[in-house]
Design a protein around this ligand. Sequence first.
Ligand SMILES: Cc1cc2nc3c(=O)[nH]c(=O)nc-3n(C[C@H](O)[C@H](O)[C@H](O)COP(=O)(O)OP(=O)(O)OC[C@H]3O[C@@H](n4cnc5c(N)ncnc54)[C@H](O)[C@@H]3O)c2cc1C
Length: 134
Amino acid sequence: MAQKTQESWTTGVHVDGSFRIDTVILGAGSMGLATAYALSRRGRKVALLDRHMPPHTFGSHHGETRLFRMAYAEGDAYVPLLQDARQMWLELEARTSSESGRGALPLFAQTGVLNAARPDANLLRGVRESLIRY
Ligand SMILES: Cc1cc2nc3c(=O)[nH]c(=O)nc-3n(C[C@H](O)[C@H](O)[C@H](O)COP(=O)(O)OP(=O)(O)OC[C@H]3O[C@@H](n4cnc5c(N)ncnc54)[C@H](O)[C@@H]3O)c2cc1C
């Protein structure tokens, strides 16, 4: 079971009764939770520490939605990571749906994205490179 105090939160998901812990992650936000999930699926005992009780509104992870896109303005080097991310979101969606006992839990919705900028804008250069290469 999760152990809760006012100042910290430690996941109990993979902490056994003897409190053996392989990895301690500081910050249970987007990166910390994703890392803990990946490590715990590999059998690691993980403890997450956070100054607030996640999910909360004092970090970057709050809000209802996030998007990512394959036509990536910051450069095509990111696209393989984004393709992996898409696959992992789909796996997480399938896993949480099957474990919920309540049927499909939609986590991922695929939509289109419209980028509008001047033809010579830096934004479009990365988008174009991503589209051409992938
Ligand atoms: C409004 C908004 C919209 C966004 N939209 C997108 C989007 O569409 N697509 C996208 O890819 N990204 C988006 N981002 C960015 C994305 O949300 C962040 O990159 C991501 O959440 C960062 O994850 P993180 O784990 O680094 O930080 P966080 O999720 O903020 O986690 C950090 C955690 O560390 C904890 N912490 C901090 N200091 C300490 C301390 N001293 N001790 C203990 N714990 C501590 C915090 O409480 C927090 O829980 C958006 C961000 C914002 C704010």
